[in-house]
Design a protein. Structure first.
Length: 257
Protein backbone atom coordinates (compact mmCIF):
# COMPACT_ATOMS: atom_id res chain seq x y z
CA UNK A 1 0.00 0.00 0.00
CA UNK A 2 2.76 2.44 0.96
CA UNK A 3 4.57 1.50 -2.23
CA UNK A 4 1.57 2.42 -4.40
CA UNK A 5 1.10 5.77 -2.61
CA UNK A 6 4.76 6.63 -3.25
CA UNK A 7 4.37 5.83 -6.95
CA UNK A 8 1.36 8.18 -7.23
CA UNK A 9 2.80 11.11 -5.27
CA UNK A 10 6.37 11.24 -6.75
CA UNK A 11 6.58 12.80 -10.21
CA UNK A 12 8.58 10.72 -12.73
CA UNK A 13 10.83 13.67 -13.63
CA UNK A 14 12.25 13.77 -10.11
CA UNK A 15 13.70 10.28 -10.47
CA UNK A 16 15.04 11.06 -13.95
CA UNK A 17 16.74 14.26 -12.86
CA UNK A 18 18.44 12.92 -9.76
CA UNK A 19 19.60 9.48 -10.99
CA UNK A 20 21.64 8.06 -13.86
CA UNK A 21 22.44 4.53 -14.97
CA UNK A 22 25.64 3.26 -13.38
CA UNK A 23 25.44 5.70 -10.47
CA UNK A 24 26.54 4.36 -7.07
CA UNK A 25 24.20 5.09 -4.14
CA UNK A 26 23.65 4.01 -0.57
CA UNK A 27 20.31 2.59 0.53
CA UNK A 28 18.42 0.87 3.30
CA UNK A 29 16.61 -2.43 2.77
CA UNK A 30 12.89 -1.83 3.34
CA UNK A 31 11.46 -5.22 2.37
CA UNK A 32 12.76 -8.65 1.34
CA UNK A 33 10.76 -10.94 -0.96
CA UNK A 34 11.34 -14.27 -2.69
CA UNK A 35 12.42 -12.55 -5.90
CA UNK A 36 14.51 -9.72 -4.41
CA UNK A 37 14.51 -6.74 -2.08
CA UNK A 38 13.22 -3.16 -2.13
CA UNK A 39 15.79 -0.54 -1.15
CA UNK A 40 15.15 3.07 -0.14
CA UNK A 41 17.82 5.19 -1.84
CA UNK A 42 16.40 8.54 -0.69
CA UNK A 43 14.54 9.71 -3.79
CA UNK A 44 11.00 8.94 -2.63
CA UNK A 45 10.79 5.81 -4.74
CA UNK A 46 12.23 2.45 -3.61
CA UNK A 47 14.39 0.61 -6.07
CA UNK A 48 14.25 -3.16 -6.66
CA UNK A 49 17.31 -5.37 -6.38
CA UNK A 50 16.43 -8.60 -8.15
CA UNK A 51 17.81 -11.79 -6.60
CA UNK A 52 20.00 -12.31 -9.69
CA UNK A 53 21.66 -8.92 -9.02
CA UNK A 54 22.58 -9.62 -5.42
CA UNK A 55 25.71 -11.65 -6.09
CA UNK A 56 27.80 -13.06 -8.91
CA UNK A 57 27.18 -16.43 -7.30
CA UNK A 58 23.90 -18.24 -7.62
CA UNK A 59 21.80 -17.87 -4.46
CA UNK A 60 18.66 -19.71 -3.44
CA UNK A 61 16.93 -16.99 -1.40
CA UNK A 62 17.35 -13.22 -1.13
CA UNK A 63 17.26 -13.54 2.65
CA UNK A 64 20.50 -15.54 2.43
CA UNK A 65 22.25 -12.33 1.34
CA UNK A 66 20.43 -9.39 2.95
CA UNK A 67 17.71 -8.73 5.49
CA UNK A 68 15.33 -5.89 6.31
CA UNK A 69 17.10 -2.88 7.82
CA UNK A 70 20.51 -3.58 6.21
CA UNK A 71 22.40 -0.66 4.69
CA UNK A 72 23.77 -1.62 1.28
CA UNK A 73 25.73 -0.13 -1.59
CA UNK A 74 23.91 -0.44 -4.89
CA UNK A 75 24.26 0.77 -8.47
CA UNK A 76 21.52 2.07 -10.77
CA UNK A 77 21.00 -0.64 -13.36
CA UNK A 78 17.96 0.67 -15.26
CA UNK A 79 15.54 3.62 -15.13
CA UNK A 80 12.03 3.34 -16.52
CA UNK A 81 10.84 6.92 -17.03
CA UNK A 82 7.32 6.00 -18.06
CA UNK A 83 6.59 3.72 -15.09
CA UNK A 84 8.88 5.50 -12.64
CA UNK A 85 10.71 2.27 -11.82
CA UNK A 86 14.28 1.93 -10.57
CA UNK A 87 16.24 -1.27 -11.04
CA UNK A 88 19.22 -1.67 -8.75
CA UNK A 89 22.18 -4.01 -8.60
CA UNK A 90 24.55 -4.99 -5.82
CA UNK A 91 27.11 -6.03 -8.46
CA UNK A 92 29.51 -3.26 -9.47
CA UNK A 93 29.37 -2.15 -13.13
CA UNK A 94 31.93 -3.91 -15.30
CA UNK A 95 31.89 -7.03 -13.16
CA UNK A 96 31.71 -10.12 -15.34
CA UNK A 97 28.79 -12.39 -14.55
CA UNK A 98 27.72 -15.74 -15.89
CA UNK A 99 25.04 -14.02 -17.99
CA UNK A 100 27.82 -12.20 -19.85
CA UNK A 101 29.67 -15.36 -20.85
CA UNK A 102 29.70 -16.67 -24.40
CA UNK A 103 31.36 -19.67 -26.01
CA UNK A 104 34.72 -18.76 -27.51
CA UNK A 105 35.52 -16.08 -24.93
CA UNK A 106 39.12 -16.16 -23.66
CA UNK A 107 39.63 -15.28 -20.00
CA UNK A 108 42.27 -15.46 -17.30
CA UNK A 109 41.54 -17.45 -14.16
CA UNK A 110 43.10 -19.00 -11.09
CA UNK A 111 43.18 -22.73 -10.37
CA UNK A 112 41.26 -23.31 -7.13
CA UNK A 113 40.99 -27.09 -6.90
CA UNK A 114 42.32 -30.25 -8.53
CA UNK A 115 40.41 -33.47 -9.04
CA UNK A 116 41.47 -36.68 -10.78
CA UNK A 117 39.41 -35.73 -13.85
CA UNK A 118 40.46 -32.07 -14.12
CA UNK A 119 40.75 -28.70 -12.39
CA UNK A 120 38.36 -25.99 -11.23
CA UNK A 121 39.23 -22.44 -12.29
CA UNK A 122 37.91 -19.17 -10.85
CA UNK A 123 37.26 -16.85 -13.82
CA UNK A 124 35.63 -14.12 -11.75
CA UNK A 125 31.95 -14.79 -12.34
CA UNK A 126 31.15 -16.30 -8.95
CA UNK A 127 31.15 -19.80 -10.36
CA UNK A 128 34.29 -21.85 -11.02
CA UNK A 129 34.66 -23.28 -14.49
CA UNK A 130 35.60 -26.92 -15.12
CA UNK A 131 38.83 -27.64 -17.03
CA UNK A 132 38.74 -31.32 -17.95
CA UNK A 133 42.04 -33.17 -18.16
CA UNK A 134 41.47 -33.89 -21.87
CA UNK A 135 41.27 -30.12 -22.50
CA UNK A 136 44.65 -29.40 -20.85
CA UNK A 137 46.88 -30.26 -23.79
CA UNK A 138 46.99 -31.24 -27.43
CA UNK A 139 48.34 -34.65 -26.53
CA UNK A 140 47.55 -37.17 -23.81
CA UNK A 141 47.61 -35.81 -20.25
CA UNK A 142 47.57 -38.46 -17.54
CA UNK A 143 46.99 -36.28 -14.45
CA UNK A 144 45.91 -32.63 -13.99
CA UNK A 145 48.90 -31.95 -11.73
CA UNK A 146 51.18 -32.73 -14.67
CA UNK A 147 50.00 -29.44 -16.22
CA UNK A 148 48.65 -27.12 -13.50
CA UNK A 149 48.66 -26.72 -9.73
CA UNK A 150 46.45 -24.87 -7.24
CA UNK A 151 47.13 -21.14 -7.36
CA UNK A 152 48.30 -21.06 -11.00
CA UNK A 153 46.94 -18.21 -13.13
CA UNK A 154 46.13 -19.56 -16.56
CA UNK A 155 44.42 -18.50 -19.77
CA UNK A 156 41.35 -20.49 -20.74
CA UNK A 157 38.69 -20.57 -23.43
CA UNK A 158 34.99 -21.07 -22.76
CA UNK A 159 33.83 -24.10 -24.76
CA UNK A 160 30.47 -24.73 -23.10
CA UNK A 161 27.87 -22.98 -20.92
CA UNK A 162 24.92 -24.58 -19.18
CA UNK A 163 22.89 -21.84 -17.48
CA UNK A 164 20.33 -24.28 -16.14
CA UNK A 165 22.97 -26.29 -14.28
CA UNK A 166 25.16 -23.22 -13.72
CA UNK A 167 28.07 -24.99 -15.40
CA UNK A 168 31.01 -23.61 -17.36
CA UNK A 169 33.31 -25.83 -19.45
CA UNK A 170 36.82 -24.57 -20.14
CA UNK A 171 39.72 -25.54 -22.39
CA UNK A 172 43.42 -24.76 -22.70
CA UNK A 173 44.53 -26.83 -25.67
CA UNK A 174 43.35 -24.44 -28.41
CA UNK A 175 45.41 -21.66 -26.82
CA UNK A 176 48.65 -23.66 -26.80
CA UNK A 177 51.23 -23.21 -29.60
CA UNK A 178 51.07 -25.60 -32.52
CA UNK A 179 53.42 -28.60 -32.12
CA UNK A 180 56.57 -28.39 -34.23
CA UNK A 181 56.65 -30.68 -37.23
CA UNK A 182 59.82 -32.37 -38.41
CA UNK A 183 61.25 -31.68 -41.91
CA UNK A 184 59.51 -33.51 -44.72
CA UNK A 185 61.89 -35.73 -46.66
CA UNK A 186 62.36 -34.69 -50.29
CA UNK A 187 62.18 -37.36 -53.03
CA UNK A 188 65.96 -37.33 -53.47
CA UNK A 189 66.45 -37.76 -49.73
CA UNK A 190 64.48 -40.98 -49.55
CA UNK A 191 66.88 -43.84 -49.12
CA UNK A 192 66.77 -46.37 -51.95
CA UNK A 193 66.37 -49.95 -50.83
CA UNK A 194 69.15 -52.00 -52.45
CA UNK A 195 68.14 -55.03 -54.43
CA UNK A 196 68.56 -58.15 -52.37
CA UNK A 197 71.43 -60.22 -53.80
CA UNK A 198 70.77 -63.76 -54.76
CA UNK A 199 72.42 -66.46 -52.68
CA UNK A 200 74.23 -69.37 -54.26
CA UNK A 201 74.04 -72.15 -51.68
CA UNK A 202 76.35 -74.42 -53.61
CA UNK A 203 79.31 -72.08 -53.21
CA UNK A 204 78.37 -70.08 -50.08
CA UNK A 205 78.69 -66.83 -52.01
CA UNK A 206 76.49 -64.04 -53.37
CA UNK A 207 75.91 -63.51 -57.09
CA UNK A 208 74.35 -60.51 -58.79
CA UNK A 209 71.36 -60.72 -61.12
CA UNK A 210 73.65 -59.77 -64.02
CA UNK A 211 76.05 -62.64 -63.31
CA UNK A 212 73.14 -65.05 -62.92
CA UNK A 213 71.82 -64.06 -66.34
CA UNK A 214 75.31 -64.52 -67.85
CA UNK A 215 75.58 -68.01 -66.36
CA UNK A 216 72.19 -68.99 -67.70
CA UNK A 217 73.26 -67.77 -71.14
CA UNK A 218 76.53 -69.72 -71.03
CA UNK A 219 74.70 -72.89 -69.97
CA UNK A 220 77.15 -73.71 -67.22
CA UNK A 221 77.32 -72.53 -63.67
CA UNK A 222 80.45 -71.82 -61.71
CA UNK A 223 79.85 -75.02 -59.76
CA UNK A 224 79.72 -77.05 -62.98
CA UNK A 225 83.00 -75.55 -64.13
CA UNK A 226 84.54 -76.22 -60.74
CA UNK A 227 83.49 -79.86 -60.87
CA UNK A 228 85.01 -80.17 -64.37
CA UNK A 229 88.29 -78.77 -63.14
CA UNK A 230 88.31 -81.33 -60.35
CA UNK A 231 87.91 -84.19 -62.92
CA UNK A 232 91.07 -83.17 -64.85
CA UNK A 233 94.22 -85.08 -63.74
CA UNK A 234 96.71 -83.07 -61.80
CA UNK A 235 100.43 -82.89 -62.87
CA UNK A 236 101.54 -85.21 -60.10
CA UNK A 237 98.91 -87.70 -61.18
CA UNK A 238 100.61 -87.83 -64.67
CA UNK A 239 103.98 -88.63 -63.06
CA UNK A 240 102.51 -91.44 -60.93
CA UNK A 241 100.87 -93.08 -63.96
CA UNK A 242 104.06 -92.95 -66.01
CA UNK A 243 106.25 -94.52 -63.27
CA UNK A 244 103.74 -97.26 -62.73
CA UNK A 245 103.66 -98.05 -66.45
CA UNK A 246 107.47 -98.34 -66.60
CA UNK A 247 107.56 -100.58 -63.52
CA UNK A 248 104.95 -102.92 -64.91
CA UNK A 249 106.80 -103.13 -68.28
CA UNK A 250 110.16 -104.03 -66.65
CA UNK A 251 108.50 -106.66 -64.44
CA UNK A 252 106.86 -108.26 -67.45
CA UNK A 253 110.15 -108.25 -69.39
CA UNK A 254 112.09 -110.03 -66.60
CA UNK A 255 109.42 -112.66 -66.34
CA UNK A 256 109.72 -113.58 -69.99
CA UNK A 257 113.55 -113.70 -70.09
Amino acid sequence: MGQEETTINIPPRKVVKTLSVGQEVQGKVKRVTEFGAFVDIGVGRDGLVHISEMSTRRIAKASDVIKQGDTVTVWIKELDRDKNRISLSMIAPGTLTMRDLEEGMILRGKVTRLERYGAFVDIGVGRDGMLHVKEMGRGYVEKPEDVVKVGDEIQVEIVGIDHRRNRIDLSMKNLLPEPEQGPVAQPEQVARVPEEPLYDSSEDSFISPFELAFREASGKSRADKKRERRKKPRPWEFEEDEEDLIARTLAHHRKNV
